[in-house]
Design a protein around this ligand. Structure first.
Ligand code: MG
Length: 256
């Protein structure tokens, strides 16, 4: 099943997407809902980030193809456990909205990622139970300034500047998170392409690790890591992140 969050006639709704049509819900996928009889074409709505997370965790260094591929960060060993960091919820933007390069930024890159959306509050979840707490998956872009990432003591602005977490367009509940194709394109050129079967730490292990110390809540988002070699993005570019079965998240890039 595919969930959308959207604006139609000045109201915000969740809906279920079938083909090019959205069926409006009364309620939402976290608290529960009933299906209404109202439908609208996807083209008639403004799509929003399909979740507004209270917190965003993101896993660093989770594809072998990415290790050592960011020259500013140097050599990195494969981590023996998932390596989460936090992104500010204020960095989230909707599909189609602009990634804004902060005025003092110097080397911003895209990171196409599969994002897990949490369905229910959970703590101390074993990897065997992890799937019970997942609503589904969406596309995310873990936008990163490499010079800030390399030279600041913390990654607060490298990863959490406003607009540095595009998410969407939909939450798909039924993909195989361990074997789906992920792509990132800049101006139509494929920059990153990998199956999620190459994740070093899979989704269940990530949830076990995070929830051993942090309570996960409905709507929380976990970016699962990026493959390959991201590139610099500049004002005027368009970045797309696509996951088979979910859709395409597209965002233009502008300067502050
Ligand atoms: Mg990342």
């Amino acid at each position: 099943m595919k969930y959308a969050r959207y604006i139609f006639q000045n109201n915000i709704y969740y809906g279920i997407v079938t083909g090019n049509e959205i069926s409006e819900l009364n309620g939402d996928p976290f608290e529960g809902y009933t299906l209404t009889s109202k439908t609208v074409a996807v083209s008639e709505v403004k799509l929003l980030s399909p979740t507004l997370p209270n917190k965003i965790l993101a896993i660093g260094l989770n594809y072998r193809s990415h290790l050592g591929k960011v020259s500013e960060l140097g050599h990195r060993d494969e981590p023996s456990v998932p390596e989460p960091f936090l992104k500010a919820p204020t960095s989230v933007i909707n599909p189609g909205e602009s990634i804004v390069l902060p005025k003092n930024s110097t080397k911003v890159q895209e990171e196409g990622e599969m994002v897990v959306v949490i369905k229910e509050q959970c703590k101390n979840v074993s990897r065997h139970e992890a799937k019970d707490y997942i609503l589904g998956y969406t596309c995310g872009n873990d936008v990163s300034d490499r010079n800030w990432q390399a030279n600041d003591l913390q990654w607060w602005r490298a990863k959490s500047s406003d607009t540095f977490a595009p998410m969407g367009p939909f939450i798909e509940t039924d993909i195989d998170s361990g074997n789906v194709m992920l792509r990132a394109r800049v101006n139509g050129e494929v920059i990153q392409e990998s199956s999620t079967s190459y994740l070093i730490h899979d989704v269940s292990s990530i949830i076990e690790h995070i929830s051993s110390v942090i309570t996960l809540e409905p709507g929380d988002a976990i970016f699962t890591g990026t493959p390959g070699s991201p590139v610099d993005i500049h004002a005027g570019d368009t970045v797309e992140v696509e996951i088979d079965g979910i859709g395409v998240l597209s965002n233009p890039v502008v300067s502050e």
